[in-house]
Design a protein around this ligand. Sequence first.
Ligand code: IVH
Length: 664
Amino acid sequence: MNSEQARERVSELRTLLTKANDAYYQEAAPLMSDREYDQLMEELRRLEEEHRLFSPDSPTERVGGEPTREFPTVTHPVPMLSLSNTYSREEVDDFDRRVRNLLGHDNYSYMAELKYDGMAIRLRYDNGRLALGATRGDGTQGDDITANIRTIRDVPLSLSGNHPQELEVRGEAYMEMAAFAKLNSAREENGETVFANPRNATAGTLKLQDPNTVARRPIRMFAYDLLLEDDNRERTQQEKLNMLDEFGFRVCEHRAMCPGIEEVHKVIEKWGGFRKDLPYETDGVVIKVNEERYREILGQTAKAPRWAIAYKFEAEQAVSRIHGITLQVGRLGTITPVAELEPVLLAGTTVKRATLHNEEEIQRKDIRAGDRVIVEKAGDIIPQVVNVVLQEEEKRGEPFRMPEECPACGSKLVKLPDEVAWRCTNNQCPPQVRNRLEHFASRDALDIDGVGEAVVDQLVTNNLVSTFPDLYRLTVDDLTPLERMGEKSAANLVASIGKSREKPFEKVLYALGIRFVGVTVARDLARAFPSVEALMEAGEEELLAVDAIGPRIAGSVRSFFEQTENGEMIRQLRELGLTFESEEKAAASDKLAGKTFVLTGTLPTLKRSEAKELIEKNGGKTTSTVSKKTDFVLAGDEAGSKLEKARDLGVKIIQENEFFEMIK
Ligand code: IVH
């Protein structure tokens, strides 16, 4: 490589890695796997070194695991180490031999725990209350992400049981696979980049700047270590896990005491068998010397303790060939490319298709029809193509190109600024119509029994239904001519469609399929605007005043209701008897009408969500930032900057008991 080429490659790598960094830390959606990132970073470092091309702006100056700029940095008083990995029975035996040799006896035992695949966090409790939550960072310094950690329900805000004054807990934050799959499919549908796996989704989420968004992502935690001031050497890992359990943490429910390494092998074999059935991802077993006093003797190397080791399970990957790339059209017109694979057995199921997410992803990995590829189950649910396996002199197909027209209806595809997905903007595009109807009838929406993929397909193909109101006009006579549809099932179908009229407003709102309006947002909207009219009339500012609503959602809601055909559709649905008003509307008081509240700190009895609900039930509103428009700041313990701001602006600050007085 001459210096001109090196300069070009360096600039290319810097752009790519900066983009990857931003995606990871700011948008919380990794562009590439950790391995790829490391390889590219190494290439850049080498080229900069060889060709003396240094720059303070280069991503090499900002190493991957370092704390990010966005959060305050904290120094870990006791460093957060990592674990050495082993991959075979022999290596595990080697570890045991080392332990025995270093100790000079075999009076020790082991504790085996699952190795959770998420992100390490550190929690400090002062006087039994959560005082700090931090990331591992580089092991010595991490980010103070307390506000985000507070939203994790498995993290007790105050400890239970007989706990010492000060203590520190370490554990793994993670996302369950089902939650991960749900998050990703929503992101895909919304044209956002998807997370590669639950671990990235967790790390990305905990680095978000907005704790409200974090709170809506179901992050969980297992605690695996307890640090106490008393330095009691007689303590064991087993006792510490029991204490953590008593203090209110979740600990490994499969933990196993092993008197020797033979028992450890048995545990590895057993857990390797059932790990597929767990709702979360585990990539191995952590084997720890149980006795604190022996740990002290064994000590640690620069990076990892000598008293513990990780055994890593084999990755669930398989090789297959892509025989074609097809395109799927989503409910909102998003085009998702899909790899059609030669069937292959992976983690107990036969995989025939894998999502390729979007055009950028295909180009980045240069995936082409005919390629041999490695397939992996991300979150053991959705198969993904990890990369192409190229064989030398293999003749490859043409690079993938996104067509200009919708594969289903022929309309021109568009790509909105800031989005990775292409979309078909034709509302009447048949797969969009089908997916909208399926969504409308789905469990979280109107939960209409019998209206699934196959029936929707028949209804649309036979021109019986193209809009939501059409569903409610179906008669038994319309349905009986359909294949496999007897009198009885037709009558059942009509009845279950009819029954959906009883579903509450929030479900109807979700069923409409407004972009970015998921179950939770629909609920928030239905509470803040108790009728569809109120919602349709709401301006951007009113929408933004709802806690969970940002400009993106507000914009989407506005544009949905501005479309005349949607207004007409809602008018018809109302006429057909669907619910467009919240029941709570009647029951609520208007004691707090027109009043805006900001919540801060931990309240003595109410959870934040409960306080919010009470405010809204009584006609008030909550927002997340204190401004001159705020009427009250409802403050609990450990209230932070919001309280100061309220004082600065002269906003009235009230305690929980005063709040109860107001709504009594
Ligand atoms: S103990 C001295 N126990 O694995 C290190 N770690 O590669 C103490 N991890 O960063 C770690 N499950 O976040 C321990 N049951 C478990 C674990 C576990 C997952 C993670 C941990 C650490 C990484 C080490």
